[in-house]
Design a protein around this ligand. Structure first.
Ligand SMILES: O=c1[nH]c(=O)c2[nH]c(=O)[nH]c2[nH]1
Length: 288
């Protein structure tokens, strides 16, 4: 039996960078978490310990900080593309770069330099690049977008076996924390506009769908994003069903007309799916 090296990659994960841009007294803050993973000519380092092809992960981290200073951080997709191109184009031993960036939003409170962390959600981007002339792909998205409908949600007509105790309902709370990724057809995109519109489409679809299941809501959310944005071709959604159970108040002589709920944190149903345009090109590296 011969033993061979399989697919591999390496890089500095989770470099946390805060970039302050000072326009006079009005500051702007970009708060990001950058993970780089490089691959290429890495047989020797694994098989013999020869590091001649290895750009240290420490240098990768330093590059992230230096690029934040030199180029600033515009849309995280732009910053990811800059870094991916740099690593592949400057290093003969590196043929592919993956850069994943998470962004934490800050809103100005008052004056020029006081901020409050906005929402709980995190904006995400994954960029893959093979260097100049090679393929590039971008997947954008968000995590932890927490939403709740206090009515407009039903769940009934489901399978009932000998273990089913769930009562059908015509009116329940529907709540979830959306993780979504959407893939771009190309890289010539106004990333911030695209992100804002996709996020808005997700929210509007969640709010406006009279839901018969979280699965149905999921499909409507993905569909709305694709219908709103021609530059996008596929949406992947992962949504925990954050169950809210009506509390039995009868022992206290009170009724409960959908007013008092117990918000359970676990277990939760986990509803996941992708919604695709029927002309979507084959999925690129950033998607998988
Ligand atoms: O929207 C729902 N989908 C399910 O598949 C499911 N299963 C369950 O117990 N409650 C729910 N709700």
């Amino acid at each position: 039996m011969a033993v061979v090296l399989g697919p591999n990659r390496y890089g500095k994960a989770e470099t946390r960078v805060v970039r302050v841009t000072r326009d006079g007294g009005a500051h702007r803050v970009k708060d990001v978490n950058v993970s780089v993973a490089l691959s290429g000519d890495m047989e020797d380092v694994h098989l013999t310990g020869d590091n001649a092809a290895v750009l240290p992960t420490d240098s990768q981290k330093n590059t992230v900080f230096a690029f934040a200073k030199k180029h600033g951080i515009a849309a995280i997709e732009d910053f990811g593309l800059l870094l991916a191109r740099h690593f592949v184009d400057s290093q003969p031993t590196i043929s592919h770069a993956r850069v994943e960036i998470h962004e934490y939003g800050w809103e100005r409170i008052t004056g020029g330099h006081s901020f409050v962390r906005s929402g709980g959600e995190v904006r995400t981007a994954v960029v893959h690049g093979d260097g100049e002339g090679g393929g590039e792909s971008v997947v954008s998205g968000l995590r932890d977008l927490v939403v709740l409908n206090s009515t407009g949600s039903e769940f009934h007509g489901f399978v009932e076996d000998e273990y089913t105790t769930l009562a059908p309902t015509g009116d329940r709370i529907l709540a979830t924390a959306v993780t979504a990724q959407w893939r771009h057809r190309g890289t010539d995109t106004r990333w911030d506009d695209s992100y804002r519109a996709a996020r808005e489409a997700l929210l509007m679809a969640f709010a406006e769908t009279h839901s018969l299941s979280l699965q149905q809501t999921l499909f409507q959310m993905g569909r709305r994003v694709l219908e709103a944005r021609a530059e996008l071709c596929e949406v992947r959604l992962s949504m925990p069903n954050k169950h809210h159970f009506l509390v039995d108040l009868e022992p206290f002589g009170m009724d409960n007309d959908n007013e008092v709920y117990f918000a359970a944190d676990r277990p939760y149903g986990l509803i996941e799916g992708t919604v695709r345009a029927d002309d979507a090109p084959p999925a690129p590296a950033a998607w998988n």
